[in-house]
Structure formats: C-alpha cells, structure tokens
Design a binder for this molecule. Structure first.
Ligand code: SF4
Length: 194
C-alpha cells in the first residue's frame, strides 16, 4: 500500500533498491544504503506478476535508497510493456529518460537541489519536516512548481515534534499567502504495514 502523498491508501507493489547518493542524517531507510541482493529482471517480473494477481493492483513503486542511481531502464521498460503503472520516489538529484507515470519528488537539505526537469513532470513534492526546516525552504520550492502540484510536509519518522512543527510551518506559509501546501502522514506506519 502506498502510505504517502496523493496516492495514499492505494494498493501498490514496492521494489526497494539498494544504495543512495545522499546520506541524510534523518533517513528512515538507512538499511537500504548498502547490502541487499542482486536480483535478475526476470525474477522481479515473475514476483510482481504474482503480487499483481494476489493484490489486484497495477501500480509499482520504485523506491530506495535512491532508485535512480541504478540502471533501471530494462526493468521499467519491461514493466511498462506488461501495462504496469510506475511510480518513482526520488530525491531528484538524478534523472533518466524512462517511461514513468508518477514521480514523487523529495529534495533533501541543505541545498534542496533537484534536477530542473522535475519542475514539469513531478506529480507531487514532499519535504521531510526536520528540525531545521524553515518556511523559507518550503516557499522557495513551492514557487518553483506549478500551483496544481501539491507540496506535502512529511512528518519525520512519525515523531510528535515533527507533526507539531509541520503545523507551525504550514500556518506560516498560509499567512504569507501560499497555497497547496499540505500536511502529510505515513499511513503504512499507522496500519503497521512494512
Ligand atoms: S535521499 Fe532519501 S534514501 Fe537517501 S539518505 Fe536521504 S532520506 Fe535516505
């Protein structure tokens, strides 16, 4: 199940890729920075075909780590040829030209750098509400995307201080005249789905 963003609650098959080009101190998937096992594309396809039958979903989410640091072109093209819909959760520092239905962009501090290409193709933007996130960071990124693209304030590892800070920052942004900034949550943590 997708637990975050606009697709929240939709049955989704997750493929978690090992490795990340960033090392965020607040990362809640540090276990994905290294290790993992090498799996052939055909093996992945067989697994997701079975899961598709079981869970009646056509959505695949590639996540990590950072999924775009691996060469996922063959995998994505094969999945598309079988009519899966592809979501990619990325920190935005890399871009590859592959057929993706849904980019979830989550730029990371301190620079919040992302490839400019995402300004036209991201379906949603998520910022993790860490202790030193400022409304200035949120507003800068809000201004860089079309108004219809929501910007989610995503609580940090479901911690209460992060929820409180998200509310405060949202209020500040509203008072400064900005819209389509939303409070996010992690539904998979509430439902205890791994
Ligand atoms: S970009 Fe994401 S996966 Fe990579 S270290 Fe930061 S939070 Fe973790």
């Amino acid at each position: 199940m997708q637990g975050e963003g606009l697709r929240i609650g939709e049955p989704t098959i997750f493929i978690r890729l090992t490795g990340c080009n960033l090392q965020c101190e607040f990362c809640d998937t540090k276990y994905a920075w290294e290790g993992g096992i090498e799996v052939k594309v055909e093996t992945i396809l067989n697994t997701v075909r079975n899961l598709k039958e079981k869970h009646n979903t056509e959505w695949i989410c590639l996540t990590g780590g950072e999924p775009l640091i691996q060469d996922i072109r063959t995998l994505v093209h094969q999945l598309k040829s079988e009519n899966f819909k592809i979501q990619i959760e990325t920190n935005g520092t890399r871009y590859i030209d592959i057929p993706v239905d849904w980019y979830s962009l989550s730029p990371k501090p301190e620079e919040y750098f992302y490839q400019p290409k995402y300004k036209g193709i991201a379906k949603e933007v998520k910022l993790i509400v860490i202790r030193n996130l400022k409304s200035e960071n949120i507003i800068r990124i809000r201004k860089e995307f079309p108004k219809k693209i929501p910007l989610f304030l995503q609580p940090c590892s479901n911690q209460s201080w992060s929820y409180a800070l998200a509310r405060k920052l949202l209020q500040e942004c509203i008072e400064k005249g900005f819209s389509n900034i939303r409070l996010g949550l992690q539904l998979h943590r509430i439902y205890k789905i791994k």
